[in-house]
Design a protein around this ligand. Structure first.
Ligand SMILES: Cc1cc2nc3c(=O)[nH]c(=O)nc-3n(C[C@H](O)[C@H](O)[C@H](O)COP(=O)(O)O)c2cc1C
Length: 347
């Protein structure tokens, strides 16, 4: 079977940058996407958004979907269970996002209880006929590629990703992403990449692999050793917006992944806080992000206890200055063979 124009176009994009910023509710907001794009991410996904009433949604909901001014492209992920709502949501997204819309992705992978109990997300892997109607409705309405993200199966014993992906391909999906866990596993246990290979063997359309890609090295290794044409990086972006550029340089040019100094990482945290302040502004998210950047730094636990007390941009920025002074002093002491000084608040 010849590949469709959309699948061929996606394969071209994956060859250019095979590491994609995976959709993550509560994480992949415009600020995080820009942090990663400035360091080598290309295809990046919105947080998932419900198709129910999207066409008439508030600006707050549309903020989950629309790219920031600096973003050249966006992949928008939709979830729901009603084919006609997908058709109207696709039309509304195309109208609002315009020519920066790279593709529409349909979520058939989310295991969250409030989603699954409505027959949405990963529950659709148990209702393949409805899933097929949803893809057909979205493809019929779309002027961009429609892709689908699935899991290994709903229950472990289902393991129906390969046959399900064949159905999606027949319904017009231009690519399929596979997270190698079943839905009931949530995010526990290990991702099973043999299911990614099973799907890649079963379909002609490009396959994106997902699961336990925590570093640039993991990402490059998964691309090399699996049948996937592209690899999703999800939790691997925590505190590491460089991961896309690093993985690409390693996989395509063999460039070793650089070690980043604490000062460079704190500089990125300042940039991330500023973007969050300007674009969202949701400083509650910044508490989580800040903790991720502190990983492995001296006195990280004590500084995290301070981070959770911050609520304004100014408080965050002042705290990062304190952290930097302390980290520089600790690292200088270690380099001189001396013991690490006490945390400033405990001294
Ligand atoms: C906090 C969080 C939010 C997520 N939200 C979404 C989502 O909205 N849509 C989706 O398809 N997958 C979502 N995922 C799943 C990821 O895209 C990815 O498939 C999964 O985390 C496995 O990759 P990893 O083990 O490398 O993190 C989410 C994962 C996490 C940890």
């Amino acid at each position: 079977m010849a590949l469709s124009e959309y699948s061929t176009r996606l394969l071209g994009a994956y060859a250019e940058q095979p590491f994609l910023m995976a959709p993550m509710a509560g994480v992949t907001d415009p600020a995080y996407r820009i942090m990663c794009r400035r360091r080598g991410a290309h295809l990046a996904y919105s947080e998932m958004v419900s198709v129910a009433g999207l066409a008439y949604a508030s600006n707050k909901t549309w903020r989950l979907v629309l790219p920031a001014d600096e973003e050249q492209q966006i992949c928008v992920q939709l979830f729901g269970s009603k084919p006609d709502q997908f058709a109207s949501a696709v039309a509304a997204v195309e109208e609002r996002v315009g020519d920066r819309l790279s593709l529409i992705d349909i979520n058939m992978a989310c295991p969250a209880r409030k989603v699954v109990t409505k027959g949405e997300g990963s529950a659709l892997m148990r209702t393949p006929e409805l899933a097929e109607q949803i893809v057909e409705a979205a493809v019929g309405a779309a002027h961009v590629p429609v892709t689908v993200k699935i899991r290994k199966g709903f229950y472990a014993e289902d393991r129906n990703a390969a046959t399900f992906a064949q159905m999606l391909e027949g319904a017009g999906a231009a690519a399929v992403a596979v997270h190698g866990r079943c839905a009931t596993q949530l995010y526990t246990g290990q991702a099973d990449w043999s299911v990614v290979d099973e799907v890649a063997d079963a379909v002609e359309i490009p396959v994106i692999g997902s699961g336990d890609v925590f570093s640039a090295e993991d990402a490059a290794e998964r691309l090399r050793s699996s049948g996937a044409s592209a690899v999703f990086i999800a939790r691997g972006i925590y505190g590491n917006p460089w991961v896309f550029g690093d993985a690409r340089a390693l996989a395509l040019d063999g460039t070793p992944v650089p070690v980043r100094s604490s000062v460079e990482r704190l500089g990125a945290l300042r940039e991330h806080l500023t973007l969050t302040h300007e674009l969202l502004p949701l400083m509650s998210r910044a508490r989580t992000y800040a903790s991720w950047y502190l990983k492995g730094m001296p006195h990280a636990a004590a500084w995290r206890a301070q981070v959770v007390r911050c609520s304004t941009y100014e408080e965050f920025m002042a705290l990062v200055d304190d952290i930097e002074r302390d980290v520089v002093a600790c690292e200088a002491a270690l380099a001189a063979g001396e013991s690490v000084p006490a945390h400033p608040l405990e001294a």
